[in-house]
Every structure is written in structure tokens, then in C-alpha cells.
Ligand binder design. Sequence first.
Ligand SMILES: NC(=O)c1ccc[n+]([C@@H]2O[C@H](COP(=O)([O-])OP(=O)(O)OC[C@H]3O[C@@H](n4cnc5c(N)ncnc54)[C@H](OP(=O)(O)O)[C@@H]3O)[C@@H](O)[C@H]2O)c1
Length: 291
Amino acid sequence: MVPVPRTRLSIKRYPEGSTTGFILTTTTPHHCLPSFVTIFNHPQHLHQLRMSTITLVTGANQGIGLSTAIILAKQHNHHVIIASRNADAGEKVAASIRNDGASASSLQLDLTSDGSIEAAAKTIEQNHGRLDVLINNAGVLLDGKNPNQSTRDLFTETINTNVIGTAVLTDALLPLLRKSSQPRVVFLSSRMGSLHQATVTDTPFYAVDYKAYDASKAAVNMLALNYARILDDVGAKVNAVCPQLVKTNLTGYVEYGITTDQGAERVVELATLDQDGPTRTFSDRDGSIAW
Ligand SMILES: NC(=O)c1ccc[n+]([C@@H]2O[C@H](COP(=O)([O-])OP(=O)(O)OC[C@H]3O[C@@H](n4cnc5c(N)ncnc54)[C@H](OP(=O)(O)O)[C@@H]3O)[C@@H](O)[C@H]2O)c1
């Protein structure tokens, strides 16, 4: 059987009419997005220009993830991969971003399924060959939501999604992040995961009993620091961010929460850092947060 080519190549003379150079454009089969352009204008002079930043946002079908993906696609020209548990919900978001003239695709991803994570990593490798930005946004807050849930089940479900799933996904994507010239990883954490904040008794949330969620976000902070270490040799910028209290499904659309666009502000800043940007930080849009 003849193998189906994974990429389509188009060749143009460069500059127009030149006999010495040409541009080779490689596009992926799914959305015709140029993955990179190679300019040959002399055998010894070869430039490979990346056309767009490839960004994966988990849990991007709603809430802060959705706003982050839209802002990165429309204002920063990233190609955003909308990862969502429900494939249809993700594709609906990607299609709407494409309709607005920006670049997006979608991917089914359930952080509690190793098979789903493996398949997602494989698809990104086949379609793009690398990953520039990973936004570990997907998460759950289950404390107090089901009075019949045992403490063991509450912790197991929360940690499995927020911590284990996030670690398994990030590990699966490390080889693709290593292929990026400017890898960026953003972990959606929370002030509730700060050990320091948990000792400050006069904050409005001191008495809020979110043991499982808080423990999971403290662990997410530790993941961020570990992946910063692991990716240091390739100049990656790996940071944890608190979006602040945001009006989303996770908070029951709390009346005094900020908008999802405001919640995404610091996430977008950390996703678009230049080479001088920080790594190993924990912050929100008002500044740094004590670990
Ligand atoms: N909202 C806040 O005030 C606040 C404050 C601090 C930190 N954060 C953090 O910000 C992040 C985004 O929260 P949000 O407020 O935007 O929440 P949200 O609107 O409830 O969105 C959460 C997203 O995570 C996805 N998700 C949940 N479990 C998943 C799994 N097993 N696999 C893949 N995706 C999964 C959800 O998918 P479905 O649509 O399928 O459920 C949804 O897309 C979370 O990590 C949260 O802890 C939020």
C-alpha cells in the first residue's frame, strides 16, 4: 500500500522570478496551517522560519481556558489547539476562532485517561512536530459539591485531575516542547495553593474549607518548579499563575468574580514571554505571590 503523505509541500520562486532561490512551505493535512517555511536562496544559506506559535490550552472549551485561547489566537497570532474532554465542544470553539480569521484546531483530551493523553501527544506530533506553549489550565474544584462524597474519593478525584493528569500530560509533551525554540509552560494554580497564604489568618478565604483543592494547587506549584528545572537546559519559561477569583463554572459564576478575559491576563503574559522573561515564578495580574 502506498503511504499517505503527512505534509503538503508548495514551492515558490524567491524572490519573484529568481532563478537562485525558492520557498518551500510545509502545511499540515488537517487545517492547511503552514508549519514552517524554508527559504533556500543558496545551498549554504538556508533559513527556516517558523510561521506561528503552536499552543495547547487544556480545558479550553469554557472559562479561563476559553478566554486564554481566544486572546492568544486573535491578538498574538498563535495557532491554538483547543483541548477539551468533549470533542464536539472543543471543535465548536476552534471553528468559531477560525471563522473570525484566526488559527485553531481541536483535540479530545481527558486528563484522567492515559490513552487520551497519549493520543493527544501523538496527534500534536503528527500535525505540528513540536509544541511551543503548553497552558495547563484544566482543573476541578470538588470540595463541598457532593456531601455524599467520601474524603478519600474527593481527594482521589481532585488530585487525579489537577495533579496526576497535569503531570502525565506535561511528561508526554516534553519531547515536543524540547523541539520548540522558545518553550513556555503555564500552570493554572491558585492563591489557595500557597502555603504562605494558608498561614495568613485575616484573608477573606482563610476559613474556606477547600482542603483537596488547596492541596492539589500546592502540588501544581511543585510541578511548575520541577518542570522549570527539567526544561531549564532548553531555555524554557515555566511559571505558575493564579487567575484570581473569576466568574466561571468552577466558582458557580460567583457574583463578585472578575471576567474570564481578566482572569486570562497574566496567563497570556506568561505564555508570550520573550527570552528575558521570568521562569519559576508564582504570580497573578497584581504581582508575585509567596509560594
Ligand atoms: N475560576 C477561578 O476563580 C479560579 C481561581 C483560581 C484558579 N483557577 C484555576 O483555573 C483553571 C480554569 O478554571 P475555570 O475557572 O476556568 O474553570 P471551568 O470554567 O470550570 O473550566 C474548567 C475546564 O477544565 C476542564 N476539565 C475538568 N476536568 C477535566 C479533565 N479530567 N480532563 C480535561 N479537562 C478537564 C473542564 O472541562 P468540561 O467543560 O468538560 O467540564 C473545563 O474545560 C483551573 O485549573 C482552576 O483551578 C480558577
